[in-house]
Write a protein that binds this ligand. Structure first.
Ligand code: CA
Length: 648
């Protein structure tokens, strides 16, 4: 190894310029992005801790923070030394995805691998940094030790220490085995909007993705490439330091290991840090997919589209043959592609009658998704079908029947754990479903971590506080618009989200008179059809909306796409408002915005995605009107409180 090193960073750290041979005195290395603006600096403290920091221009956006882990074959977090720095390797790729937020993805990044050794001079782990102009990612390779070819990673010391004054946009971790039938954790708490650092959620940290606002930058933390070879993680907080934490032992009914096992030498998932001066790099990043590869080939041509489901408006009682037939007719009338039949179909409709409904739907050009309880033995969720998904032999027998009955996909619910054993079950369900040409939606579940690309039949995860809560709780309706100011930027940034929304009913009930009351405007419902992204959207429209909702809203919902070519973040602050645009597969942009404030919000919109003189439709104020793009390509709009707008 020759002169590997490096430019000097202004970090407030001791900085030295050294050669690769002179590692004993080494304190800082760095990995720059291709444009040189984003950098990672690696350092070694006097007591042998390895730290990294992230710098944007001259601003430190992640302060010096620890790396390392404690394992069953040794403590690899202290008395360490940077033994070797690899060369800086430019990497780039481009790839296509049909099922995620951007179709044509590409990246250029620099990668560099450091080898870390213990006090005896043995290598313990490598860390590889991948740095593009807006993202830092890193992962460990843990070495074997002679005849020790496997270990348990008991605790990870990976930390993110944020600068003073940083504000947080994060969801507290749920207490395992609480909530409905002991089904938590399932990523369903409310966001904190701009909260101070220092709390530890409700005592057990926060879920990913996590968003931070420093004095002059936005930082999103997540992880990708998590499959059956590792657990998924959360963050715990002490002071300004957020640390990667593994699942809690009590998750999944207390069954299975909280700490992941690793075959050695072995790779951990990528930890990702997305950085921007505004939220555009956060909302638009493809880092979740840049770092993973498809784990198997698609066994079928998976067609995406619009779906409806009776459950969110009519609840369990609607899971009967006649009402599901009514919904199939409704979907066909709208020109949609799917109907999701939710819980209890096994007893309330039965397998033979479901096959009959499926054949009926197919004649009308509609495919069916069927709901499944993932259990199993880790919570008390009583809904059927149960006991069909958690073991391979039963699962494959069921999936053969599903294929023969012409069913197109599954919604598997009540999983509630991030343990490695659970990650393996997610992967097994996806891999088996692919063999039978079935798509998969997960509910009561974790977030996807690169899964849109890793598993070609993966559709979406719930993993947010979604439309079911609008049916359950008036409070969720009172604050409904808040979620639309953050979910498209953060939760949807890292993966597809099955929200199940765009409700046009005034009330969450079959007769549209009783039940919780929707406080958002009809245009808000249309805006979220654009802002919330998943390739099979389970919209909450109901048959009565054909006569009781505005015709322009129904017409919009008939044609709004669910697969998009590209996206742009345009404006907004989480907790207040948001304007984003998505581009359909024909190249046309839909611009959508929401206002969660208590007063109307006037914005000067940038219409540079459109041509001067272009004729567009503006949906706002409970109406649609034609507009023509002016010479400056700007438009002044006033968004009502709890309202939205769409331009298309
Ligand atoms: Ca749920």
């Amino acid at each position: 190894m020759k002169k590997v090193i490096t430019s000097v960073l202004t970090l407030g750290l001791t900085t030295l310029t050294l050669t690769g041979q002179d590692t004993t005195n080494l304190t800082t290395y760095n990995v720059p992005s291709p444009d040189g603006k984003l950098q990672v600096a690696l350092s070694q403290t006097a007591n042998g801790e390895i730290q990294y920091a992230v710098v944007l221009d001259r601003d430190t956006v992640v302060m010096p923070s620890s790396l390392g882990m404690q394992t069953s074959i040794g403590d690899f977090s202290q008395h360490l030394k940077i033994a070797k720095a690899g060369t800086l390797i430019p990497v780039s790729d481009n790839y296509t995805m049909n099922n995620a937020k951007r179709r044509n993805c590409s990246f250029s990044a620099n990668e560099r691998t450091y080898t870390i050794q213990d006090s005896e001079g043995k290598p313990v782990w490598d860390v590889t940094f991948h740095v593009d102009n807006n993202n830092v990612a890193f992962r460990y390779k843990v070495y074997d030790r002679g005849d020790r070819k496997a270990c348990v990673v008991q605790e990870e010391r990976t930390e993110y220490t944020m600068p003073d004054g940083t504000r947080t946009y994060i969801c507290p971790q749920m207490t395992p085995q609480t909530g409905f039938a002991r089904t938590a954790p399932s990523y369903e708490t409310y966001y904190e909007y701009g909260a101070e650092m220092g709390k530890n959620g409700h005592g057990r940290g926060y879920t990913l993705p996590a968003l931070f606002h420093t004095s002059n930058a936005w930082v999103m933390l997540c992880e990708t490439g998590v499959d059956g070879d590792y657990c998924a993680s959360r963050l715990t907080c002490q002071g300004h330091t957020y640390r990667v934490a593994y699942p809690e032992q009590t998750e999944f009914g207390g069954i299975g290991s909280a700490a992941p096992g690793l075959m050695l030498p072995g790779l951990t998932p990528w930890r990702t840090i997305t950085v921007g001066r505004d939220l555009a790099p956060i909302a638009e990043t493809t880092i979740m997919w840049d770092l993973v590869k498809p784990l198997y080939a698609a066994a079928s041509y998976y067609k995406y589209g619009k779906s409806t489901w009776s459950w969110v408006i009519r609840m369990d009682g609607s899971c009967n043959y006649d009402e599901q037939k009514e919904y199939i007719d409704f979907a066909a009338e709208l020109g949609w592609q799917y109907v999701l039949i939710d819980a209890w179909w096994d007893t309330n409709i039965g397998y033979d009658k479901i096959a009959e409904l499926s054949a009926y739907a197919e004649k009308k050009g509609i495919g069916l998704f069927l709901w499944y309880n993932s259990n199993g033995y880790w919570n008390d969720a009583p809904q059927g079908p149960r006991g069909k998904m958690h073991r391979m032999i039963d699962r494959r027998r069921e999936m053969l029947w599903l294929k023969q009955a012409g069913i197109k996909g599954l919604k598997v619910d009540f999983i509630g754990s991030d343990k490695q054993q659970t990650m393996q079950m997610y992967e097994d369900i996806l891999a088996d479903a692919n063999e039978y040409g079935l798509m998969v939606i997960f509910h009561g579940c974790t977030i996807p971590r690169g899964w849109e690309r890793m598993y070609p039949n993966f559709v979406a995860c719930e993993a947010a506080r979604v439309s079911e809560n609008l049916a359950f709780s008036q409070h969720d309706n009172d604050i409904e618009a808040l979620a639309a100011t953050i979910l498209p930027v953060l939760r949807n940034s890292i993966g597809n989200m099955d929200f199940g929304g765009s409700t046009l009913n005034k009330h969450y009930s079959k007769n549209n008179q009783r039940g919780t009351e929707r406080k958002t405007t009809d245009v808000y419902a249309l805006a979220t059809a654009v802002l919330f992204q998943t390739p099979v959207q389970n919209f909450a429209l109901a048959p009565n909306n054909l006569t009781d909702a505005p015709a322009w809203a129904i017409d919009f919902m008939r044609q709004v796409p669910t697969c998009w070519q590209d996206l742009k973040w345009l404006a907004g602050t989480p907790g207040q408002d948001l304007v984003m645009a998505r581009q359909d597969m024909h190249g046309h942009w839909y611009t959508a915005g929401v206002n969660a404030g208590k007063e109307p919000l006037t914005l000067q919109l940038d219409l540079t995605l459109y041509e001067v003189g272009e004729q567009l439709s503006l949906y706002i104020d409970n109406d649609v009107k034609p507009i023509k793009v002016n010479k400056k390509r700007t438009l002044r709009v006033t968004i009502p409180a709890n309202g939205g707008f769409v331009i298309k």
